[in-house]
Design a protein around this ligand. Structure first.
Ligand SMILES: Nc1nc2c(ncn2[C@@H]2O[C@H](COP(=O)(O)OP(=O)(O)OP(=O)(O)O)[C@@H](O)[C@H]2O)c(=O)[nH]1
Ligand SMILES: [Mg+2]
Length: 467
């Protein structure tokens, strides 16, 4: 059992699928366990992390498969990135942190612990317990389901989201035509909805909801080639035997029986799949939200719209920590521009501007939560080269079509300081390569990183306003 510690932090690592959550957590744990002050310059100078211990995962869920993931990255000839995550994973650990002064420890001992106030003087221990949560990013697309307890509000909201962008509106047109007609049966309606979702997935949209469509239920199968061929007919829009789709207001009025059936299935889905995850975010003190800005640029403007809407919606379901709820709830969010090794060093300032632009609406919406923007690469797999002519050149090992794992150079786009107005997926002006991971030579090595010390500072910092 974990020893009781006043410095317990629950941390959710969040972000859309492919944002880099699993790689990030794996790297963070290697750096904490194998702490070296010359590799991870945490604050204040001279502070150390010692006595790392893995603890049984809290939360009762599946354990983060750290060893298996690390083994893939140690493969001799071809180290491999983690497979995409299919289930919610927990990881708990503790260590001793030597960076606090007696005065800071005293201040911190006044801060809430699990909803209780401790007395000053108790808990001068420097042991820090961390509980992490990693999950499949597809589930974030259900954020509107978490937000709305009633089916009708969700249906209006999600249809408004999709119809406000021309490409998703086109994808939805067949479905909306069908439900506007009298007499379409339930199966045809669900098939038309799944056909629309298939089109959106092919367009690289990430707000695909219910997320069982792209991911299945627990530890489910991921949408693949056979699903493209049958336009998603065998995928689930909800729970097995209890599927639903968003019916427009007029259709709900004209087909009250169908609307009622969908509303009931919506409620079950919300209770069984969505709320357990989103409630656990609000139980966290800190949220680390990863954004894959090179991936958003490579994916076209639809990806930016999805990421922006998703952050905004996520902000509306997070419960800020306040005195009247005994300081339980979210204290601080780190907005992390992940995979910054894919952006040339010369463009890191612009990367920060793009990050700040995308987080601004959420920051304005949540004045009681601290916001910390950070640029990070959890697993540096390339290096920036000087070109002499302004071109941005990286050196790395291409992920595909490269059995001998030979490094080569890539010209990557010069990052703009503002988001472009409109651009398509794979537009060469905004596309970034996918690289093979830098290999871990052995279990005692931590990967090359950029900026991970800022993450530790963020995790170990006091509540906003108490320093
Ligand atoms: N170059 C580089 N690529 C990275 C880095 N971190 C992640 N990646 C790439 O991003 C991909 C996705 O990373 P994951 O950590 O699996 O993403 P995830 O957010 O856990 O995705 P889901 O499990 O689907 O939710 C990896 O397979 C790598 O190709 C990084 O620091 N540098
Ligand atoms: Mg993952």
């Amino acid at each position: 059992m974990s020893q009781w510690s006043p410095w317990k932090r629950k941390i959710a690592v969040t972000g859309l699928s492919g944002a880099g959550k699993t790689v990030f957590l794996l790297s963070l744990l290697q750096h904490i366990e194998l702490f070296r002050p010359d590799r991870l310059r945490i604050s204040p100078p001279g502070a150390e992390l010692r006595g790392f211990k893995e603890l049984p995962p809290s939360g009762g869920g599946a354990s983060f498969p750290r060893k298996a993931l690390r083994a893939r990255l140690m493969e001799e000839n071809a180290p491999m990135w983690p497979e995409k995550t299919r289930d919610v994973h927990h990881y708990s650990c503790s260590f001793r942190y030597t960076g606090w002064t007696v005065w800071e420890k005293l201040k911190r001992s006044l801060i809430r612990i699990g909803g209780l106030l401790t007395l000053p003087g108790i808990g001068l221990s420097e042991t820090v317990d961390l509980d992490f949560l990693d999950f499949p990013g597809e589930r974030l697309a259900d954020v509107d389901i978490a937000r709305y307890g009633d089916y009708a509000s969700w249906a209006d909201q999600i249809l408004e989201h999709w119809t406000s962008y021309s490409r998703t509106r086109e994808r939805l047109a067949g479905y909306l035509d069908l439900v506007a007609r009298d007499g379409a049966d339930e199966e045809a309606i669900l098939d038309a909805y799944k056909n629309a979702l298939t089109g959106m997935l092919l367009d690289k949209n990430q707000i695909i909801t219910p997320s069982t469509f792209s991911l299945g239920v627990e530890d489910g199968g991921v949408f693949g080639k056979p699903d493209v061929l049958d336009r998603g007919r065998r995928r689930l829009a909800g729970l097995a035997g209890e599927e639903f789709s968003p019916l427009p207001r007029e259709c709900r009025g004209a087909r009250p029986d169908l609307a009622d059936a969908f509303a009931q299935r919506y409620r079950h889905y919300r209770e069984q799949v969505v709320l357990p995850l989103f409630d656990s975010f609000s139980e966290c003190d800190r949220i680390i939200l990863l954004l894959d800005i090179p991936g958003i640029l490579s994916g076209g403007v639809g990806r930016l719209n999805d990421a922006g809407d998703l952050i905004d919606n996520l902000a509306s379901v997070l419960r800020p920590s306040k005195w009247h709820n005994f300081f339980s709830g979210v204290e601080n969010i780190a907005f992390v521009a992940a995979k910054c090794d894919l952006v040339h060093n010369l463009d890191h300032d612009n990367l920060m501007s793009l990050l700040e632009d995308i987080m601004r609406p959420a920051r304005n919406r949540l004045p009681d939560i601290g916001f910390t923007p950070v640029i990070v690469s959890a697993w540096v797999s390339s290096r920036s080269l000087a070109s002499g002519d302004g071109r941005r050149i990286l050196e790395g090992v291409p992920l595909r079509g490269n059995p001998e794992m030979a490094a080569r150079t890539f010209v990557v786009p010069e990052l703009p300081s503002e988001w472009p107005a409109d651009w398509a997926a794979e537009d060469p002006a905004y596309s970034y390569p996918r690289l093979a991971p830098g290999r871990l030579a052995n279990r005692w090595q931590a990967p090359a990183h950029f900026g991970m010390e800022k993450i530790l500072d963020f995790i170990l910092s006091a509540r906003p306003g108490t320093d």
